[in-house]
Ligand binder design. Structure first.
Ligand SMILES: Nc1ncnc2c1ncn2[C@@H]1O[C@H](COP(=O)(O)OP(=O)(O)OP(=O)(O)O)[C@@H](O)[C@H]1O
Ligand SMILES: [Mg+2]
Length: 257
């Protein structure tokens, strides 16, 4: 069974049709990347997957059941703008996710439960290479480190689906490459399903197993809001495509030199 099933999904804000007739199945373990022009509804789509927005029409199923309307722990999200709390240390930021999940009323754990939460948070920080920075505050972190922290915050809750909204856009190329390796290793190790929005096609081909392109098929200059974006391409990305991309890049690189 597919993890996510979307049928004839429409999303509008007032008379602004953002997405129209989206049909999509996402299987467990897929790494979908999503590209499309600015304003075409990529973030809106992720928000629906997260449960922050509801569809205007259509079917949206998670493991065959109606999609929970509240953001749930089964879906973690990392937005480009960091979601860390400045007054909490790195470790406290990661622990907060566990505390809010396990102690919905107080948002705080005590005794053994707290010790266990601390261990889980430290393990996660270790996994994203941030253990040494556990006691630091977010303002003392570089962009790449803040992004690692956001990923740790999401992953510590063991989500089934990790939703990434242009997570690496603001990072320097070197740090970006490190983050690519990190996300690939976390994806493999934790058997995650990932849906990631990016503006970078190279990133799509390098990271993803499937590329989805969102775009408007119909436009009418008189009624710019009348039509929404659809999925115009749905391309499986295999080893062949990745190798081809590498070959093309290599030849461009050699030509430049
Ligand atoms: N809460 C909202 N209320 C009304 N309109 C909204 C809301 N959120 C998004 N929109 C509109 O929906 C459309 C799609 O926005 P969205 O942020 O999903 O685009 P995007 O593809 O993520 O763009 P970008 O690449 O620039 O991030 C835009 O026209 C935007 O103005
Ligand atoms: Mg967006």
């Amino acid at each position: 069974m597919s993890l996510v099933t979307i049928k004839k999904l429409w999303k509008s804000y007032g008379d602004n049709v953002v997405l129209e007739n989206i049909n999509l199945e996402i299987k467990e373990g897929e790494f979908c990347t999503l590209v499309g022009p600015s304003g075409c509804g990529k973030t809106t789509f992720l928000k629906m997957l997260l449960g922050q927005e509801s569809p205007s029409r259509g079917t949206f199923l998670l493991e065959g059941k109606a999609f929970p309307s509240e953001p749930g722990v089964e879906r973690g999200i990392v937005f480009q703008r960091y979601s860390v709390f400045p007054h909490l240390s790195v470790l406290e930021n990661v622990m907060l996710g566990i505390e809010l999940e396990e102690s919905k009323f107080f948002g705080r754990l005590f005794g053994k439960q707290r010790t266990r939460a601390k261990e889980r948070a430290m393990d996660m920080l270790e996994a994203v290479g941030m253990a040494d920075a556990a006691e630091k505050y977010p303002s003392a972190l570089s962009g790449g480190m803040q992004q690692r922290l956001s990923i740790a915050q999401s992953l510590v809750k063991n989500p089934k689906i990790l939703l990434l909204d242009e997570p690496f856009g603001a990072l320097d190329p070197g740090i970006r490459a490190d983050m690519h390796e990190l996300i690939l290793s976390l994806w493999r190790k934790n058997n995650l399903t990932i849906v990631m929005v990016t503006h970078d096609l190279h990133e799509s081909f390098y990271l993803g197993t499937r590329l989805l392109v969102f775009d408007k098929v119909h436009t009418d200059a008189r009624f710019p809001n009348a039509y929404g974006a659809q999925i115009t391409y749905d391309i499986p990305v295999g080893k062949t495509q990745k190798a081809l991309l590498e070959e093309i890049e290599q030849s461009i690189h050699e030509e430049i030199q």
